[in-house]
Design a protein around this ligand. Structure first.
Ligand SMILES: C[S@@+](CC[C@H](N)C(=O)[O-])C[C@H]1O[C@@H](n2cnc3c(N)ncnc32)[C@H](O)[C@@H]1O
Length: 278
């Protein structure tokens, strides 16, 4: 295993492999990142903390952990954080005293190997508590039934193939293990339809009025674009959107039962556990 600063890392993918993956090129480009809240190399951790607070990510994690606790299940043992970004979540996960080690799997090398160690150091995470892995989360090179929990923050909806991701999760998770997904969007078809109709109507206003009201031209899809057409997705970033019933169907097809937690009006989190006999 190699070392970056005090921390150990493993490399499952090289640059060419990363850049050939869907949205790999976008996430592996450091220039895209320097203005983002996550870019803490200037030592400004407050802007990252404010952003995390504004997205209620820690609250969502706490809801999931409290739910597990109510069901006699503490977050503990060996975990993986898939699409771990700059590793902001590791200190929070490691606050749970039973958590021994986390494999942080991420295909953006500067996020994992440059921002990650700075975050871990800032929050006092010990080198024996994490392994950084340059890898992709639909191909988790860990043994079957070798992890106690899986965590993803704002990352599940980035999977190019969620079916494959869920199959990998089920494979590496031991019986009785848990998955926590936070930072997912919550948009019902009714909400999306309302937004679409308003946008459509706005796009029909005279241009001068659009510019006065919205400071730009409003672009809208055709009125009858179907439920899938209503979704707002970004193929470059790999941002996908799922309706609540689509999450339900994916999880159950993947062999998981789930509990959903709403967070504000437009976000949600999930705790998944393997269905009996799966
Ligand atoms: C929206 S960011 C969330 C990052 C972090 N979990 C957080 O909460 O800030 C999505 C992350 O998933 C990573 N990612 C996307 N697809 C991936 C894949 N197939 N394998 C590994 N990482 C991936 C991106 O590089 C990015 O860091």
């Amino acid at each position: 295993m190699k070392q970056v600063g005090d921390y150990f890392f493993d490399q499952w993918l090289d640059e060419n492999m990363i850049r050939s993956l869907p949205s790999g090129e976008f996430w592996d480009s450091e220039e895209e990142e320097t203005s983002k809240e996550w870019y803490i190399l200037d030592g400004n951790f407050e802007k990252m903390e404010n952003y995390i607070r504004s997205r209620r990510l820690v609250e969502q994690l706490d809801d999931c952990i409290a739910y597990l606790r109510q069901h006699g299940n503490e977050l503990s043992g060996i975990g993986v954080d898939l699409g771990a970004g700059n590793l902001w979540a590791e200190p929070h996960l490691l606050k749970n005293v039973g958590v021994e080690k986390i494999y942080a799997i991420e295909f953006s090398r500067h996020r994992l190997l440059k921002l990650g160690p700075a975050v871990l150091q800032h929050y006092g995470v010990r080198p024996d508590q994490v392994v950084l892995v340059v890898g992709q989360f639909e191909d988790i090179r860990l043994d079957d039934a070798s992890v106690d929990f899986i965590f993803m923050s704002a990352a599940f909806h980035h999977a190019a193939c969620p079916t494959r991701l869920l199959t990998e999760m089920k494979r590496v998770l031991r019986q009785g293990g848990t998955v926590i997904l936070i930072g997912e969007d919550y948009q019902t078809r009714a909400q999306m339809l309302k937004r679409h109709i308003l946008r459509y109507l706005a796009s029909r206003l005279p241009m001068a009025l659009q510019l006065r009201l919205f400071k730009r031209q409003v672009v809208s899809k055709s009125l009858f674009c179907g439920w899938q057409g209503l979704k707002i997705e970004d193929p470059v970033v790999g941002d996908r959107m799922y309706y609540p019933h689509e999450y339900r169907e994916m999880f159950s097809r993947g062999g998981f039962r789930h509990k959903m937690f709403r967070s504000g009006s437009d976000a949600c989190a999930f705790v998944l556990s393997r269905l009996a006999g799966e």
